[in-house]
Design a protein around this ligand. Structure first.
Ligand code: FAD
Length: 286
């Protein structure tokens, strides 16, 4: 492996100076789990890696707003910190649930929330969950800051809208106590394998009546994708077997799915119909 510079700035200003380069081989460094794999495979040869781990707030730590309406999660928060946080379990239980089948403890101990979003890999488990929860991302650069919905981070297969010198500082997740959420990681081989489909669902219901709903599909598409047609079938309807079948058909019709090593397009559409119905049954409680 060729040598490279690793810097650990202690202020944002210093980080921006180190990141101020047009060279794509100068990059921020979160937990390094994705970067190291790319470096080992010689897909990425860094010139300089800028660690974000000594920047303090807002990159580090998690907090609930005083009125308990939102959760702030620093970009350098590790998956293990999410997994073991009583506050996450209380306010965002679907995030704790997602950790159960995400990678392994060694990866969870170092991989970060910010690196996971910035990587732009459509197979990752958390981005669809953040999307259905209505989360927003705070992005900072030497030019200032912008706050965008998580969906707007993704531009395509391993492509994001992050500009050169921009870093994700934190995530803001609304706490919606009247909504219930579920994430289905659908693997066609081992449980901890990369998903063939990721299905995240979040809904506000009164009994079996769905008042509002958000559904996001990942892994089988080039970026986490909201299933607007399926949501439309559900919104304002009473959930029963016939409705769930119509929702499954609407979902399968609205997305383009590619065949790959995890299954043919037809098989994955079948999985979508089946597992979306199950995820919705879980959330609605039928
Ligand atoms: C063995 C293994 C198994 C895995 N299994 C799963 C799994 O089951 N499910 C799953 O979802 N994921 C899985 N992962 C992937 C893992 O979730 C990602 O590798 C991880 O989320 C990336 O986070 P990181 O902090 O390590 O990112 P890094 O490797 O540090 O960075 C990834 C990319 O993001 C950029 N970056 C990092 N932080 C920021 C920031 N704050 N702002 C802007 N850009 C930034 C880097 O420059 C780089 O381009 C697995 C990984 C491994 C190695």
């Amino acid at each position: 492996m060729a040598s490279f510079e690793l810097v650990e700035p202690r202020s944002l200003q210093e980080a921006f100076e180190h990141l101020d380069s047009d060279d794509p081989a100068v990059r921020p460094f979160g937990g390094g789990t994705a970067l190291m794999l790319m470096m080992k495979a010689q897909l990425f040869k860094p010139v300089r890696l800028v660690s974000l781990r000594r920047l303090g707030r807002p990159f580090d730590g998690m907090s609930v707003s005083a009125d308990e309406t939102s959760f702030q999660i620093g970009a350098m928060t590790t998956f293990s910190q999410l997994e073991h946080s009583p506050e996450i379990r209380r306010h965002l239980p679907v995030v704790a649930q997602t950790m159960k089948t995400l990678a392994n403890v060694r990866v969870r101990n170092v991989a970060t929330v910010g690196g996971n979003l910035a990587h732009g890999d459509p197979h990752l488990d958390l981005p669809p969950v953040w999307m259905t929860l209505g989360a927003k991302v705070r992005i900072v650069s030497k030019l200032g800051e912008r706050v965008i919905p998580v969906a707007d981070v993704f531009a395509g297969y391993y492509e994001t809208t992050l500009g050169r010198g921009e870093v994700i500082a934190e995530l803001e997740v609304p706490i919606r106590s009247s909504w219930r959420s579920h994430y289905a990681k659908v693997t066609t081989r081992a449980e901890h394998d990369w998903p063939a489909l990721g299905i995240a669902v979040s809904a506000r219901c009164r009994g079996k009546l769905v008042e509002d709903v958000s559904i996001v599909l990942s892994a089988a598409v080039d970026r986490p994708t909201r299933l607007g047609a399926a949501e439309k079938v559900l919104r304002g309807s009473i959930v029963d077997g016939a409705l769930l079948r119509r929702v499954g058909e609407a979902a399968a019709a609205e997305v383009e799915i590619e065949s790959d090593m995890r299954g043919s397009a037809d098989y994955k559409k079948h999985l979508l119909r089946v597992h979306l119905g199950r995820a919705l049954s879980h959330v609605v409680g039928v």
